[in-house]
Design a protein around this ligand. Sequence first.
Ligand code: SF4
Ligand code: SF4
Ligand code: SF4
Ligand code: FES
Length: 963
Amino acid sequence: MINYFDPKTQASVSNSTKDFGTPAPQSSVQVRLQIDGVDIIVPEGTSVLRAAAIADINIPKLCASDNLEAFGSCRLCAVEIEGMRGMPASCTTPVREGMKVQTQNDGIAKLRRNVMELYISDHPLDCLTCPTNGDCELQDMAGAVGLRQVRYGFEGKNHLDGATDSSNPYFSFDDSKCIACSRCVRACEEVQGTFALTVAGRGFDSRIHAGQNDSFIESDCVSCGACVQACPTATLTEKAVIDNGQPDHSIITTCAYCGVGCSFRADMQGDKVLRMVPDKNGQANQGHSCVKGRFAFGYATHQDRITSPMIRDNIEQDWREVSWDEALAFAAKRLNDIQEKHGRNSIGAITSSRCTNEETYLVQKLVRAVFHNNNVDTCARVCHSPTGYGLKATLNESAGTQTFESVMSSDVVLVIGANPTDAHPVFGSLLKRRLRQGAKLIVADPRGIDLIDSPHSKAEHHLKLMPGTNVALLNALAHAIVDEGLEDKDFINSRCDDASFNQWLEHIKNKRHSPENTEDITGVDAQELRQAARIYAEAGNGAIYYGLGVTEHSQGSSSVMAIANLAMVTGNIGREGVGVNPLRGQNNVQGSCDMGSFPHEFPGYRHVSDDATRLLFEQEWQVSLDDEPGLRIPNMFEEAIHGDFKALYCQGEDIAQSDPNTQHVQKALSSMQCIIVQDIFLNETAKYAHVFLPGSSFMEKNGTFTNAERRISRVRKLMPPLAGKEDWEVTVALAKVMGYDMDYSHPSEIMDEIARLTPSFHGVSYDKLEQLGSIQWPCNEQSPLGTPIMHTADFVGEQGKFAITEYVATPEKVNKHFPLLLTTGRILSQYNVGAQTRRTDNQVWHDQDVLELHPNDALDRGINDGDWVGIASRAGTTALRARISQRMQPGVVYTTFHHPLSGANVVTTDNSDWATNCPEYKVTAIQATKVDEPSRWQAEYAQFSQRQQQYLQNKRQGQVADK
Ligand code: SF4
Ligand code: SF4
Ligand code: SF4
Ligand code: FES
């Protein structure tokens, strides 16, 4: 990869976006050939088109692209090959040893001009006013072949009156410009795996249809943008380009949404982001994207952004806009006063998995070095804290083991408690590609997810377990494996700890774990479970992917350990195609955990009571540090309600909406004397705040994110921060006002400090990130270029440890008052609490959360599709519209939590994981009844929310009297 420096933005931009025409083959056999007299050696299976492109001989092409299988329809890439008749298409012709190819002569030139003449004779000649003028392959190719005139005229049969479909909010389809090359159709099939487009008709009548000639919005299209990228004409074009023209420069950065961590090329016009195009060199996404990263970035400049610091004495007051200095002084005084009066442990902070590694690192440093306690926690507490605990206890490292690309070597994939096509869509597309190639899929999920029956692939088994029974199911799989002698004895003997294995074996062999004896618990047929166990254990490469449907349970940590046990007992660790792969929720949830956001751990997962580690940090930070673990988020709430925890600095996290048992959270927030929220919007938590410090979106800062593969990628500043400060600068300023000097001039210096103090980051630097594009930690003396696959030789210097994972039923039980189990999840178009996506056109796909329920449950209750349904649990009551769905099994209902007024977390309970306190969002016993209107909580909250919006609108200039 060649990099050059963008002088305007001081950012590095990859320019290796050359399209080689056809994909690179996987072959170690080399073939020598000659193209235009140039000798070239390429792998067997390479197309002549690609081989020429490698030698910098650029053959004209239209229907070919190096992310799609060759199709051979346009004929523009014709060449002559010694010994072959005619002029074969170079894109569909593989190289052969000794081949001699000629890419240019009069005959070839004439053929290409004729081809282009036919295309252009059926194409509007409006180049000067066309939105893609200057960025159009058709235009480029007309120039490349030297087309000067069109002999056929434009009067005959043509498609020039083709209609435009503008139904998609982000791109339009102008049929009059379509040359029917089918690149869009193939992109939708091969890259995205949705199969939303077809070529209808034949020959001259070939036209592209979405679905059965539906509009794009009505079709199965998931708006990933792959077809838009693939289109060589202006037919499929972003509306932003149609409205604003072409970009003037580009900067590579990283998506701020999910844990896939896609790399994007931000195409800019001045300081304005025109469009985001997935980066072809992106090592996590390889040029693909989903609707969120590709299109839903407008929130960053939404009118709701708050760009001035604000303060107020109490939460029933108008906000006052003040200077940064005043706001920080106000916050610092309150924090200092509270500590003086109520003790060192009366304050704390929450870091965000939406912020960068550097920002997160600074917040935990602020807490430990300036607040002088360890009261720091992160939103990972409520999603993947069991992953950290469970994988550390078994595999000796709190992280997933593979690259995403590794799934292309998997033979059997077990997806449990995850919905990749909605929550991790780019990985979902990759997985679907592997499934279409023949890998087998086992899904364990209470609900039918899209992956189970997607175009050209079906799950071998859908283990439709009851919510809350993951551990019983995983134990039953392990039991079946050892019962049938399918364990990998060599792996266990050579790689795993004997004592822990023998103990575990005794435990798991017990008949209480058998598929037959757990059938009543899980609801999964014993024979089907045994078959699933066999195909996973007997796979050449078996991989497990899991998500919040595993972790967000009272036994989340046990499930993670049971997954690690399964992988170890079958030897599915330490090479391509296998492994234990947590699909992380937020973009930087891995990073926020790595950076020491938990109250008991310094960066790099080292306990605060470890003297040597503490000394290291004390020397670097020049303070003495507390050796007692601090408060977790739920403990902060408890202590706040008891009156012992008085102040919270909350950066980029909306606990009032995202944490369970909303009314309990609201009570805790209302009990505190000082809440400082740093965010880009007045989020739900900010409605309880006394200080609002305006945050910067991912577009306004430099830093790094770490994705679910442990991949550290650069976040690059696209525009100046709207409020004048990047988030890390705010934390630095707060520390200084509180009397502690943090001295950094750029986030790269923060990363240098992290690298100095953290063994798994010793080799990480911004310079190296510029060179390599991204780095998967550990990156240190042993692995200077990073570690794509973990545990290849050992488990971080140790042997793998099997853990006893007894199934203990959740205390949350159904009874006659609460006979249904509610489970929650996400959908593709919205993201987490929706603060970002609700402020984009993604709203057209999901403008409210609904309650999905099985037809039988709906019938029993007289509920029709679209009715209001009251949802009552032991924690609270809310109401949502009903959606009757065959995806659900009887007795189980489902909703998302993207809209604050839905109150999904009003009904979720305080139950949490035994080891980490991760809330049990996935199991709540409820009753559903037909109602006429929203719940009392919803009515009251709507009023509260409206009042808070009014306080914002009434905001005034100036200081408040600090009481
Ligand atoms: S946007 Fe994506 S899903 Fe929609 S038609 Fe294009 S490739 Fe297919
Ligand atoms: S829409 Fe674009 S990519 Fe699709 S067939 Fe037409 S010209 Fe080709
Ligand atoms: S898959 Fe995740 S990281 Fe990639 S574009 Fe979508 S939201 Fe962003
Ligand atoms: S590029 Fe080869 S036939 Fe179109």
